[in-house]
Design a binder for this molecule. Structure first.
Ligand code: SDX
Length: 435
């Protein structure tokens, strides 16, 4: 179990209707202090109000730290640019789940364990066949991941640490197989079983792109690029989908149902669905000449159009992942001889213009992780509809790591926000003949 590491840091005082209320303040290891309002309603009979949670800390966590003004992202204290350059996705999974970089022996054991959980129950393949071939892969992922709770009954008891651990391992191990099967089902290709001699991301590429009629050789440059892309997407503090997983988990739901809820939330175009939307936007813009028209629309309050892949709730500086994503984008396009990709030209010019535009500067709108990922994933051979499924594949470790941390917190309780009610006051029922 995990004890709180919050450090008392004095108090804040709220003056309300002639009375003063002392609210404890706590400090973390880095980042803004927090004002603890847990007892406010009980003492003052008033709620705080923060739609969208722009100023609300929902939990204490050791996993990921973001400094939006400085463009800093740390996984367990290690910066995203160092991990992207020096680590592997599976090592980052270990780090996110257990808090420390693994020793050689720990990494070998973890790799063996994950590798030997990559297959899924054979009945699950039949589950796919209930979907239309043109179902969106995220619809399939929601359904299939939720259905894991119908298959793996020995990892549903959230009060049993061993079962929690097994659920974490199963989700990290099986999510590439599930995502690859969703892709194969959409193209009409046969499912491909994992191969234990391959690494995590190599295995995924083979399950996606090999055909039974011939051998498949993984391109190491592309595998490394995708592995790095997974690192960049692995976790991101209390974003919408992670908060969804935590809220679902707080009621005691099983881990597979919680991750299915996270997948559903990630699907939205304002969140993980932005990578699919960003590529579609670049394709709609089509040429560098049409960029000013779309910049104008993005600035027009009466036009719902937004520059997908731009802006972020936390980053009011450049998203550090976007820089690393751009590096992987160039690596993949160069390896495939696509450096003249017209979409990349539009993306680079759109970024250049937007970063000089007063509106984007004033609103601190910078490219986020989704801006370059679409171009890269398309070049790797994935259809646009698979982009968010790839985001979900990588974020599964972050979701389940945050779920695990929440359940190890002895003070955790069911999440249940309140509201500002502005509806009708109590009134009596009116029979039809008197309306
Ligand atoms: C992800 O939270 C996370 O960590 C998420 C994520 C993760 O790893 O989990 O980082 C992944 O979801 C990245 C974000 C992907 N989404 C997009 O790229 C969609 C486009 N971006 C926007 O929808 C928006 O920027 C959000 C949703 C990302 C952030 O929304 P906020 O913080 O609520 O900000 P906002 O929508 O209120 O925008 C602030 C202002 C607004 O103008 P005003 O109403 O204040 O006048 O900026 C404008 C917006 O109109 N604005 C944009 C814009 N994004 C915001 N204008 C044009 N184009 C945009 N992209």
């Amino acid at each position: 179990m995990r004890d709180s590491k919050a450090v008392p840091a004095g108090k804040a005082t709220l003056e309300y209707k002639g009375k003063s209320y002392d609210l404890p303040v706590f400090n973390g290891s880095v980042g803004p202090e927090v004002v603890d309002i847990r007892n406010l309603y009980g003492e003052a009979g008033v709620f705080t109000y923060d739609p969208g949670f722009t100023s609300t800390g929902s939990c204490e966590s050791d996993i990921t730290y973001i400094d939006g003004d400085k463009g800093i992202l740390l996984y367990r204290g290690y910066s995203i640019d160092q991990l992207a350059a020096k680590s592997s996705f599976l090592e980052v999974c270990y780090l996110l789940l257990y808090g420390e970089l693994p020793s050689k022996e720990q990494m070998e054991k973890f790799t063996f364990t994950i590798t030997h959980h990559t297959m899924v129950h054979e009945q699950l393949a039949s589950f796919y066949r209930g979907f239309r071939r043109d179902a969106h892969p995220m619809a399939v992922m929601c359904g299939v991941v939720g259905a894991l709770s119908a298959f793996y009954h020995d990892s549903l008891d959230i009060n049993d640490p061993r079962q929690r651990e097994l659920a974490c391992v199963r989700l990290v191990a099986k999510i590439p197989t599930i995502a690859a099967m969703a892709f194969r089902y959409s193209t009409g290709h046969p499912f491909v079983y994992p191969q234990n001699k391959l690494g995590y991301t190599e295995n995924f590429l083979r399950m996606c792109f090999s055909v039974p009629a011939e051998d498949y050789v993984v391109n190491p440059v592309l595998a490394r690029a995708l592995d790095t892309i997974f690192i960049l997407h692995a976790d991101h503090e209390q974003n919408a989908s992670t908060s969804t997983v935590r809220l679902a988990g707080s009621s005691g739901s099983n881990p597979f149902a919680c991750v299915a809820a996270g997948i559903a939330c990630l699907w939205g175009p304002a969140h993980g669905g932005a990578n699919e939307a960003a590529l579609k936007m670049l394709e709609t813009i089509g040429t560098v000449e049409r960029i000013p028209e779309f910049i104008r629309r993005a600035k027009d309050k009466n036009d719902p159009f937004r520059l997908m892949g731009f802006g972020h709730r936390v980053y009011k500086n450049y998203d550090p992942r976007a820089k690393a994503m751009q590096i992987q984008c160039h690596a993949v396009l160069d390896e495939l001889g696509l450096h003249d990709d017209p979409l990349l030209k539009v993306a680079l010019e759109l970024e250049r213009i937007a970063l000089q535009d007063e509106y984007f500067i004033e609103k601190k709108l910078y490219p986020n992780i989704d801006f370059y990922s679409g171009i890269t994933l398309k070049a790797l051979g994935f259809p646009t509809a698979m982009f968010t499924a790839l985001f979900a594949l990588a974020r599964t470790v972050g979701w389940i790591g945050q779920w695990k941390e929440m359940l190890e917190d002895p003070h955790q309780k069911i999440g249940r926000p309140r509201q500002l009610y502005t509806g009708a006051k109590q009134r009596d029922y009116v029979p039809f003949d008197q309306r």
